[in-house]
Design a protein around this ligand. Structure first.
Ligand code: GLY
Length: 422
């Protein structure tokens, strides 16, 4: 099987490494990739937001399956064009990708499917903003305003704050830019990312994971694309995972089929485990980053065969998933000033070690690997338990040198210390 992976982050590096372990995968290609993926796959520089460009590349290299990593090409309909050319594609149609591309669409689907989620209101007229803010925000049940961009924002469109002025300023800046705003009630409780391979009404859950979105230790500072993750979640009873599959993901998948927007690809449920049960924070239409780096490090089932089964309507016949024993921890190394405008162009020492996945990296003419983005590397450690996996990840990340870079020191710490309870 020849597989073409679309994207350039550490998530795509993790996908390529897991695909390479599949004995049926003979050739790997990636577009546009990064300095790390170039070592394990043929790399092509095409515009991944163009359906014509991606389909043309898939035809040129004779790809059997195209795997689309990021949300932007999916929301733009790149998977539709690949499929229309008769090539199997792992990733939803433009229509189904609205589950991530439009938060109001996702809320509508959840309401119709009877799925527990935060109460919300869309504001698209600045004249209605103050009254809407008055209906949300700090109260006995709700410690903060949750203000979201209704569309795609690379994880950075969300502000959670008890400061009304800050909530208002974020909402007003989104409205000024012409983006509708979603106000939501705050969901309290530990967060879970559950990735499910979905094809129509067939749902196959992967191991649950938890990610860390704020830039600083102790969940401080602004939101980022994700600073680290671990899997599995030993504090989450298996029956809660089954409850999420049965009461959240399957009803949403069935509702999408009912609407004629059948989902095929990776449906990512982000939830808070509240006192009322698992409640949806968001759905995404693709593998999450950085959770994928931890989840795939533990997957024993051949990934290429699994994704091909989903992409060709044969997921229901796929054998049960197999997992490696132990735990995995991913820690993101970010460039100076990230999530603001990152410092780039610095040489990185130690980026070629095993367990180091690349995101914002490029190869300079002199052969050096240099930083080229905000999230530069993901370091993955595995071990017999979470503490051992943390040790492995932190030993590795401390061996890397990149001027001004930073990482969180507390990825998976609360869970390793037994401090997460339901
Ligand atoms: N882990 C957050 C995301 O992928 O959106």
């Amino acid at each position: 099987m020849r597989v073409l992976v679309i994207g350039s982050g550490a998530r795509e590096h993790a996908l390529l490494l897991a695909l390479r372990r599949d004995p049926e995968v003979e050739e790997l290609a990636v577009a546009p990739g990064n300095a790390g993926t170039a070592i394990i796959a043929d790399q092509y520089d095409v515009d991944i937001t163009s359906g014509e460009a991606v389909t043309g590349l898939a035809q040129k290299i004779g790809a059997d399956v195209v795997v689309i990593g990021p949300e932007v090409p999916l929301v733009l309909g790149v998977a539709d064009m690949v499929r229309a050319a008769g090539i199997a594609c792992f990733g939803p149609t433009k229509d189904a990708a609205r589950i991530e591309g439009s938060k109001s669409f996702a809320k509508d689907v959840m309401t119709a499917a009877g799925v527990l989620t935060a109460t919300s209101e869309i504001v698209d007229n600045p004249a209605h903003l103050d009254a809407a803010l008055d209906r949300f925000g700090p109260s006995v049940d709700d410690p903060a305003w949750v203000v979201k961009d209704d569309g795609l924002a690379a994880g950075k469109g969300v502000v959670v704050t008890a400061d009304r002025d800050a909530a208002r300023a974020h909402a007003a800046s989104l409205l000024d830019a012409g983006h509708p705003v979603l106000l939501e009630s705050f969901l309290d409780g530990p967060e879970v990312s559950l990735f499910c391979i979905v094809d129509g009404e067939t749902v196959v859950p992967l191991l649950p994971a938890q990610d860390f979105k704020r830039v600083g230790d102790g969940d401080t500072g602004p939101n980022t694309g994700g600073m680290g993750a671990y899997a599995p979640l030993r504090w989450l009873p298996e029956e809660v995972v089954s409850q999420i599959v049965d009461d959240v993901v399957k009803p949403v998948a069935a509702e999408m089929v009912r609407r004629g927007s059948s989902f095929s690809g990776l449906l990512y449920a982000g939830l808070a485990i509240t006192s009322r049960g698992p409640s949806v924070v968001e759905f995404n239409c693709r593998f999450g980053d950085p959770e994928t780096q931890s989840v795939l490090a533990l997957l024993d089932t051949p990934l290429g065969q699994l994704l091909r089964a989903a992409a060709t309507g044969q997921l229901a016949e796929a054998p049960p998933l197999r997992w490696r024993d132990g735990d995995a921890v991913t820690v993101v190394l970010a460039a100076e000033n990230y999530p603001g405008r990152p410092r780039v162009g610095d040489a990185i020492v130690g980026a070629e070690a095993d367990g180091v996945l690349h995101a914002g990296t490029a190869r300079r003419d002199d052969g050096a690997i240099v930083s080229s983005g905000g999230r530069v590397l993901s370091v993955v450690g595995t071990g017999q338990d979470l503490a051992a996996a943390r040790d492995a990840a932190y030993t590795l990340i401390k061996s890397i040198r990149l001027p001004g870079s930073h990482f969180r020191a507390d990825i998976g710490l609360a869970a390793a210390e037994g401090k997460i309870s339901l």
